[in-house]
Design a protein around this ligand. Structure first.
Ligand SMILES: C[S@@+](CC[C@H](N)C(=O)[O-])C[C@H]1O[C@@H](n2cnc3c(N)ncnc32)[C@H](O)[C@@H]1O
Length: 301
């Protein structure tokens, strides 16, 4: 294998990357050329979400080729293009032939939620002590069990199941991503589960993941949601959660639970205030600066 490294300013990354793909590169990756140097500039965005500006000042583009001649040819063709102005070829070198699939897969290990409840990628053995398992591979949608906000929701579901209070319960997963929370609820005995999202890719991922885990649920845009559920889960972010307050509270049945995540410790009061007209939110879990806020609607409401 041969890797061709190019240095490019921000506005040339896309066209150079696309050209390398058209010139038979097996893969093209982009990294910050100024990383770990005084010139490095952070791209700010809320955790789990893409920042507004998604490109660095200068990027190193690395293209992998099967043959040395292909890499040399690509470099030769690129340097004479008008759009290559301001770019430069940094290096062309041989790299050892690695099993890239195994290398990537080895970075995703099973995730322990409780000693009996695990999230396991399809290529891994299920840990011996696991009694409840969600099979989930990293994909386009958020929610592989590695993020603290997802883990706290999963722990809440496991605790409820331990008290036998999920059996036959109805559940709304609002902002379902990969569908991980809805699938967990199903594994713990919930029934009539709806998983909704504004992102079509998340809906598709949820349907595929539910099938793989052989659980029954409905997934679609938020307008498929029914009136009331015994449990409403929403792991989004503080701002949308504030806006969604009346809607989410409305969906909670009398005696039902509301479970919110995606909230930073310093945002607790903000959320309590936003939900106060309907429900009294409490902080019931925390991990790495993130908190879980839950509330229960009175049975007579
Ligand atoms: C942080 S992910 C959570 C995924 C998964 N539920 C979990 O716990 O890992 C948030 C999801 O909420 C969705 N989302 C954001 N705003 C939303 C809204 N207003 N209504 C419904 N879904 C929304 C996003 O598309 C994303 O899939």
């Amino acid at each position: 294998m041969y890797v061709l490294n190019l240095l490019c300013p921000q506005d040339r990354v896309e066209i150079v990357g696309e050209s390398l793909e058209a010139l038979d590169a097996l893969s093209v990756s982009v990294e910050d050329a100024d990383a770990q140097t005084p010139a490095e500039q952070a791209l700010f965005g809320e955790p789990g979400f893409t920042p507004e500006r998604q490109a660095w000042q200068r990027s190193t583009i690395s293209a992998l080729f099967a043959e040395q001649a292909q890499a040399e040819n690509a470099a030769k063709l690129l340097v004479v293009q008008d759009f290559f102005e301001g770019c430069q070829v940094a290096a062309l070198q041989e790299v050892p032939d690695l099993d890239w699939v195994s290398l990537t897969q080895s970075q995703f290990a099973p995730v322990e939620i409780t000693p009996e409840f695990w999230i396991v990628p399809s290529w891994h053995e299920v840990p011996g002590q696991a009694r409840v398992v969600i099979e989930l591979d990293p994909g386009m949608a958020f929610g592989t069990g590695t993020h603290p906000t997802t883990r706290m929701c999963l722990r809440w579901l496991a605790r409820q199941a331990g008290q036998d209070s999920l059996q036959g319960r109805t559940v709304l997963d609002y902002g379902c991503g990969s569908g991980i929370l809805a699938i967990a609820a199903a594994k713990f005995g919930a029934e009539r589960i709806d998983a909704v999202d504004i992102d079509e890719a998340a809906i598709a991922a949820t349907v595929a993941n539910a099938e793989k885990n052989q659980v029954a649920l409905r997934s679609g845009l938020p307008d498929i949601a029914a009136a009331h559920y015994d449990v409403v889960l929403a792991n989004i972010l503080a701002n949308p959660l504030q806006v969604l307050a009346p809607l989410l509270c409305q969906h909670v049945a009398a005696g039902g639970h509301l479970v919110l995540a995606g909230i930073l410790e310093r945002q607790a009061e903000l959320l309590q205030k936003a939900y106060a007209p309907w429900l009294q939110l409490e902080v019931t879990d925390s991990e790495d600066g993130w908190i879980l806020m839950t509330a229960r609607k009175p049975a007579t409401a």
